[in-house]
Write a protein that binds this ligand. Structure first.
Ligand code: PLP
Length: 385
């Protein structure tokens, strides 16, 4: 059995899991069942119906809670379902402060769905603490941000944001999307966030073969409300996906160490070229928030964005890769390249993309765990376009 005093690497492999009580199976079984036998009226083993509880989901929730240094995790069918559950903590008329460079789907969920139910929102650059303070109103109940952001890799100082939020709106919840950093590199709860959430689809699962999401917290009241939403709204993580994520997190520490190392090598290699107009990576000394990155993060994760300054050239480059696959998503063992303006961020209005520097000539790399030399050779070949 894992205990909270163990190291991250040990928690990756053991937290939340124990040999199956029936057979002794060391790996958590996938409990494909919708219901459970009850011995008598009201007499059961704590499992009544599988939307409410499933032992495989219990295990992955225990694992992910431990990795984020939280008490409880609540797992959902996708990252967006987890995000929606957090938004459902609000009532119509409540105000949300949303980071100005959140994932396009997060923005779409807020703008096109939650706003219809009366949630009022203001988007703000949460790295600018004065702007953040100015955006908070007496009705602000939630501040939701991503750090690093997708795909511009801007950072917010989570501890400083916490201070501003608690002063300006003491009852507001601070929720941090930690999908890009992962708990290997950054643990928002320890920096004062009330909720940390993920698209487990990315690094936590790590093999691009499942969709899922999770919210982790140390706050019992919020955990109870989220568990209620999980059951009442029903967007639960399936047993099979729970199993896949459990298998993924067993190597999270190994994978993240390589993602960090290779992405830094590639970012440095890109920065040394003369044919690019910008390279974005928090691990580069030239990144405007490199000092914060060093303070807040253990490593800088596997996402590197760069700009050729020429949309037509970017189109040609994107189509020449032999190892990097042109595809949405990120965080798997295999390397991917994405054109955010037309793919992940297509739902963000063009004017807002322009303000962020998210140009039509920007490409985002998800650096996988192949040999870095082969990835650099692939980039060299593609950039000859
Ligand atoms: C940072 C971030 N948060 C949330 C999501 C949404 O997750 P999902 O696709 O699992 O719904 C994504 C998806 O790309 C993401 O990149």
């Amino acid at each position: 059995m894992a205990s909270a005093s163990q190291h991250f690497d040990t928690l990756c492999i053991h937290a939340g899991q124990q040999p199956d009580p029936l057979s002794g199976a060391v790996m958590t079984p996938v409990y494909f069942t919708s219901t459970y036998l009850q011995e008598g009226l009201g007499k059961h083993k704590g499992f009544e119906y599988a939307r409410t509880r499933n032992p495989t989901r219990d295990a992955v929730q225990g694992n992910l809670a431990a990795l984020e240094g939280g008490k409880q995790a609540i797992a959902f069918a996708s990252g967006l379902a987890a995000t929606q559950a957090i938004l459902e903590l609000l009532d119509g008329g409540d105000h949300l402060v949303l980071g100005n460079n959140v994932y396009g789907g997060t923005f779409r969920l807020v703008d096109k769905i939650m706003a219809r139910f009366g949630i009022v929102y203001t988007q703000v650059d949460t790295s600018d603490l004065a702007a953040l303070k100015a955006a908070i109103t007496p009705k602000t109940k939630l501040v939701m941000l991503e750090t690093p952001t997708n795909p511009m890799l801007g950072l917010s100082d989570i501890a400083a944001v916490r201070t501003v939020v608690k002063e300006a709106a003491p009852n507001a919840i601070l929720a941090v999307d930690n999908t890009f950093a992962t708990p290997f590199n950054q643990q928002p709860l320890s920096l004062g966030a009330d909720l940390v959430f993920h698209s487990t689809t990315k690094y936590l699962n790590g093999h691009s073969d499942s969709i899922g999401g999770v919210v982790v917290t140390n706050n019992d009241d919020l955990a109870a409300k989220l568990a209620f939403i999980q059951n009442a709204a029903g967007a639960i993580l399936s047993p099979m996906e729970s199993f896949l994520i459990l298998r993924g997190t067993k190597t999270l520490h190994l994978r993240m160490a390589r993602h960090n190392e290779s992405a830094l090598k590639i970012a440095r290699w890109l920065e040394a070229r003369t044919d690019l107009t910008a390279v974005y990576y928090p691990g580069l000394e030239s990144h405007p928030q490199h000092e914060l990155a060093n303070r807040q993060m253990k490593g800088f994760s596997g996402i590197v964005s760069f700009d050729t300054g020429d949309t037509e050239k970017t189109r040609r480059v994107a189509e020449r890769f032999k190892i990097f696959a042109l595809a949405e998503s990120l965080g798997g063992v295999e390397s991917l390249v994405c054109h955010p303006a037309s793919m992940t961020h297509g739902s963000v209005p063009a004017a807002d993309r322009a303000k962020l520097g998210l140009t039509d000539s920007l490409l985002r790399l998800s650096v996988g765990v192949e040999a870095a030399e082969d990835l650099i050779a692939d980039l060299e070949h593609a950039l000859k376009a």
